[in-house]
Design a binder for this molecule. Structure first.
Ligand SMILES: Nc1ncnc2c1ncn2[C@@H]1O[C@H](COP(=O)(O)OP(=O)(O)OP(=O)(O)O)[C@@H](O)[C@H]1O
Ligand SMILES: [Mg+2]
Length: 625
């Protein structure tokens, strides 16, 4: 309930539109009921036999309710006027029937046209307004979700599967929308229409109504059972289809590996299995769904014949039901079908929607762990040094990754981090960027704990170049100028030239306007790295966090990247995770990491001289050219 209230909170800004939508739905349901009342005069007009005497209705006198049709000499055709009419009903009766039959018919047609116009206009406006409200609310939910996702820390993303998050943004929001729509339109519109139609059914003939209530439920039960089976089986068929596409997608994307390992036959077997699975699931589904139509048609005909027979008995045998009343009864009964159908689904839609709401609001309520303290000051440019002061760190899920790490990076120095894979180098850089906060000790910037300053001002001082170059689906220019507003072309080009990227960019089909990244033009590993360097150069950060790519490049490309990196590191304070000999050779200091600890510190020459030291081993393995 709480969830539903919170969901309804998203409707608040649109309450005026919403009120109009509800009004239209009420009008729609009301006219839907009224329209059935027109069946009776229509059939009366069509099938009554004219008689030669003026009927009581012509003089305004009421006659017995449900008496057989009384016709009169032309021009007027009075229809029996029931007891206890209000003045409106009397006027209506008079206006409609106390005229020539054809004129009466024309008037009735006009009323029908007018009523249906009114009903359909209300339906249109109502649906239109409720769709606007519903979609506007979902736009707000999505905006809030995306906004919140942007504010969540990196550790949140590490603990979640990308697919799960994306499905939450799409499927769950869609499920929310359906629940909202079901709540608004189905409950209201269909509920009211159903009440109206049922009232008419009982008014027309309560005995017949009660009897139909006995026949209808078993027939409906059969149909509902078939529907449920079908849904279950179609769900299974969809799963099999997903298996099949999954294998297809993997074997296409991984074609190089499949061929290299000579696994074609294995992949074929895997696909064949999924293929057969889908075949069986689909045939299984069809066995039920093919029965659905004949079954339901026969069930409906059974019910219809049973009701017709009951009706006929009342009409011909017991003379207790005028035929035109029977028409009203049948029409009203037909009108109940569609609301009953949609109302029977409302429950499950709302249940699904509430499940989705639970997940969506759960996500919205996930607190961001890296936030500014109240009134956090902005960080001033680095004057003296960055210090890691007895830093400890453990990821939420695991063991301690950094134990008591302490080091100093004076302004303008290049400090290289080296060590085996998993030693904690990337984690150390992440702590400076406040992607995580230390669990012990502190990272200090000119003596001040970086947790005390605004995150935005800290990151504005930092340039971060990661191992994997993330390119967005956008032009080369936009990718280089990512995060820098309104950059003139000359500056972008200067950065690209400095990063040795201009030459290959100029050769691209549309130069700087070529779209790259996902679904865009493919770039080689070295080209991607040089773009990343150009991006960092343009931003011109005073402090640089650099995770050198490990991918092997050919000699020419390697020389270009190395040269670009050296330019990037010039005149900056740099923390670099080094994989290149030239980088460690030029560094002012090297930190050797092992198992989350700094085991050696010094310059390249000092460390290489220590025979049997960790650096010496690493050097012989990794940095020997
Ligand atoms: N998001 C995470 N959640 C839990 N543990 C993590 C996470 N990221 C890294 N680790 C663990 O932390 C340790 C240090 O990882 P880190 O990425 O800092 O190593 P690294 O020195 O950069 O290694 P490489 O040279 O391979 O990049 C590893 O044991 C790793 O398994
Ligand atoms: Mg790393």
């Amino acid at each position: 309930m709480n969830l539903y209230l919170r969901l309804l909170g998203y409707l608040r800004p649109y309450r005026v539109r919403m009120a109009f939508a509800i009004l239209c739905m009420v009008v729609y349901s009301f006219t839907s009921t009224i329209q059935i009342k027109l069946v009776e005069p229509f059939t009366s007009l069509m099938f009554s036999r004219p008689v030669t005497q003026a009927a009581p209705a012509a003089t305004g006198q009421p006659s017995a309710a449900g008496s057989p049709m009384a016709g009169i000499s032309l021009p007027a055709i009075p229809i029996a006027t029931p007891h206890g009419l209000t003045s409106f009903q009397a006027w209506w009766h008079h206006w409609l029937f106390d005229v020539r039959r054809l004129v009466a018919f024309e008037r009735l047609c006009m009323v029908i046209l007018g009523l249906f116009l009114f009903k359909n206009v209300a339906d249109y406006i109502g649906s239109f307004l409720s769709v606007t409200v519903e979609q506007a609310a979902m736009r707000d939910v999505r905006r809030d979700l995306f906004h919140h996702l942007q504010s969540l820390s990196l550790s949140f993303y590490h603990s979640r599967r990308t697919g799960g998050l994306i499905s939450q943004m799409t499927n769950d929001v869609e499920a929310l929308r359906s629940a909202l729509a079901a709540g608004i339109s189905n409950l209201l519109k269909d509920g009211l229409t159903l009440i109206g139609a049922l009232t008419l059914v009982f008014l027309a003939s309560w005995r017949l109504a009660l009897m139909s209530m006995l026949i209808l439920p078993p027939a409906a039960l059969v149909l509902v059972t078939i529907g449920r089976k079908m849904r279950k089986r179609s769900g299974r068929a969809q799963e099999r289809m997903a298996d099949m596409t999954g294998i297809l997608q993997e074997s296409i994307a991984g074609v190089r590996v499949v061929k290299a390992f000579h696994m074609e036959a294995f992949e074929e077997r895997r696909y064949e299995e999924a293929n057969t699975g889908y075949f069986h699931a689909f045939v299984h589904l069809r066995r039920v769904s093919a029965a659905a139509k004949p079954f339901s048609e026969y069930a409906i005909i059974l019910v219809a014949v049973a009701i017709a027979w009951l009706g006929a008995r009342e009409i011909f045998d017991q003379h207790s039901l005028p035929p035109e009343r029977f028409f009203t009864f049948v029409t009203a009964l037909l009108l109940t079908i569609s609301p009953i159908k949609s109302l029977s689904e409302v429950n499950s839609t709302i249940a699904t929607g509430l499940g989705a709401a639970d997940r969506v609001f759960g996500l919205l309520d996930t607190p961001a762990t890296i936030t500014d303290v109240p009134d956090a000051p902005n960080l001033a440019a680095l004057g003296d040094a960055i210090v890691f002061d007895h830093v400890k760190f453990a990821y939420e899920t695991g063991d301690t990754v950094l134990h008591d790490v302490s080091f100093l990076v004076p302004r303008g120095h290049v400090v290289a981090l080296v060590g085996a894979s998993g030693a904690g180098k990337s984690t150390t850089l992440d702590l400076l960027a406040r992607f995580h906060d230390p669990t012990g000790g502190a990272v200090r910037w000119d003596g001040a704990d970086i947790r005390g300053v605004s995150v935005a001002s800290l990151r504005a001082q930092l340039g971060i170049v990661t191992q994997e170059t993330i390119l967005f689906h956008d032009s080369v220019r936009a990718n280089i100028a990512y995060g820098v507003q309104a950059t003139p072309q000359e500056q972008v080009e200067a950065a690209a030239r400095a990063a040795h990227a201009h030459e290959f960019i100029a050769r691209l089909p549309q130069g700087y306007d070529t779209v790259i990244g996902d679904r865009g033009v493919r770039l080689s590993g070295g080209e991607r790295q040089r773009l990343a360097i150009a991006r960092a150069l343009l931003r011109n950060p005073p402090v640089l966090l650099l995770d050198e790519a490990t991918s092997a490049l050919d000699t020419e490309s390697e020389r270009l990247v190395q040269d670009a990196l050296e330019r990037l590191m010039q005149d900056r304070t740099v923390l670099v995770i080094a994989h290149r000999l030239s980088t460690v050779q030029h560094a002012n200091a090297i930190l050797v990491f092992d198992g989350g600890r700094i085991v050696q510190q010094g310059t390249h020459d000092e460390l290489v001289a220590e025979a049997g030291g960790a650096y010496r081993r690493l050097h012989d393995l990794q940095f020997r050219d």
